[in-house]
Design a protein around this ligand. Sequence first.
Ligand SMILES: Nc1nc2c(ncn2[C@@H]2O[C@H](COP(=O)(O)OP(=O)(O)OP(=O)(O)O)[C@@H](O)[C@H]2O)c(=O)[nH]1
Length: 597
Amino acid sequence: MKHIRNFSIIAHIDHGKSTLADRFIQFCGGLEAREMSEQVLDSMDIEKERGITIKAQTAALTYKARDGQVYNLNLIDTPGHVDFSYEVSRSLAACEGALLVVDASQGVEAQTVANCYTAIEQGVEVVAVLNKIDLPAAEPERVIQEIEDIVGIEATDAVRASAKNGIGIEDILEEVVRRVPAPVGNPDGPLKALIIDSWFDNYVGVIMLVRVVDGELRPKDKILFMSTKAQHLCEQVGVFTPKSIQRDVLRAGEVGFVIAGIKELASAKVGDTVTLVKPAAEEPLPGFKEVKSQVFAGLYPVESHDFEALRESLEKLQLNDASLHFEPEVSQALGFGFRCGFLGLLHLEIVQERLEREFDMDLITTAPTVVYEVLMKDGTVVEVENPSKLPDPGKVEEIREPIITSTILVPQDYVGAVMTLCNQKRGAQRNMQYMGRQVMLTYDLPMAEVVMDFFDKLKSVSRGYASLDYDFKEFRADDLVKLDVLVNGERVDALSLIVHRASSVYRGRELVSKMRELIPRQMFDIAIQAAIGAHIIARETVKAMRKDVLAKCYGGDITRKKKLLEKQKAGKKRMKQVGNVEIPQEAFLAILQVSDK
Ligand SMILES: Nc1nc2c(ncn2[C@@H]2O[C@H](COP(=O)(O)OP(=O)(O)OP(=O)(O)O)[C@@H](O)[C@H]2O)c(=O)[nH]1
């Protein structure tokens, strides 16, 4: 174990994590030069060559250090986005060290800070690296100061590197050997292995990436999952270099893959502990938790006969995404569809895009919502993940909404604008700390406000400089009401939402006026109303189409007219007939476009 180093790379998106990882692999000879495609670890072709699929950027590297010794360096991937912070914490729990890679022309970003704090909390040694030193805009001194101020680690001697030009690569590996501690663990104890990641492969079933903490694991061993008590027969173990290489054994301190004929991803939960049936470990490794969906939305096929196809597509996606949840749901307006649970908005977008691109589904997506806890007058508590299912207000004692604690890092110039935004979103400031040229703001915010459009707004008020990280804090009661939308007098369940009473009238007005713009004229007048209970708070009308509209606008110019009609035809696919009115997809998401007071 003395010669093992387990480490991961913490970097903000685009700061050069993948490029650097590729350099390490190249330097350590994991792949021949001809096998290095643009970015090896993401490449599908290479996956084919390896035989089994590799999801994470994980590589067991052999490095001959300047001290003449040969080291086994395990690079463990960490996902980059806020939605996946639990996975990040599990990857870090499997490491003794982490490289904090910072773009020397950009500086430190909130996401990286959050991950660094997670690493430091877990007792992981954080080693700073300045990347992109080749850029003329690089300001290493300023960025070093920033790292020291914000992250609070020594960075004066940080390696100055260029992953792109291959500068400083060996120096970084030397730092890993020198500063990252070797793993400790009991090689003779009962097996304890942490599942860092798991994914589904069509040929061999579930592949787990594990860090063996104690003991050892061999093919033919009977393994036991400590959270579910499920037992399986270990079929194969090995490492990724990043090619998959079978091994006879994985020992304490090592990182590698395990294949055990498991068919369902849900059986191999990230963070769970794998032990042997005999002898079994007594206690699991700390830190396991079930990940819960944070954001919900309804997904409906535009054509109702595509319902089964949508189910199949969702099932296929779920094979490789245990955090995607879905249940059939019926909407009066949209027909049969699914209520889906996601880790966050990005996750929702990824799923939606994959369904559309890879599975060729035409979908109507309802506005994302969070889950509410409703305390009923009879003392029971129900969870509501679809606003239209909110119980009758007469029976409700209180509605509680999820509150998150968010950490926002922003340059001083934009602090005022960000604070204004947080206040508009019903935020409560918890802390404000000056760190060099940046300010770290901590706010408690209702998650419902954040899932709407907070991230985009934050970026726009800070010209892209602010970055955000968040954690769930608690459910808290507030004065929340259900806002319904009626189209020609009919309540459209898929358009209901839960809002704060103080902003309900304003939101209702904005929403119907936005919808008036988005719903195309039809042969008759369309009334769009917003209501709270029986009380109508806003109304707009989409006037009936006059027969000669087309002729007037495009009189004579037949090609333009054709184009317009074609466009309408293409647009049609994403319309949903509700009663006798056609409503386009955008109208279902209109609430996302309603600006704040
Ligand atoms: N000039 C310069 N560009 C670099 C360097 N390292 C990476 N890049 C470029 O920066 C961009 C982002 O690099 P990636 O390695 O994909 O960054 P990443 O952090 O892995 O990004 P994600 O995969 O999106 O999280 C690419 O266009 C790289 O070519 C460097 O040292 N110098």
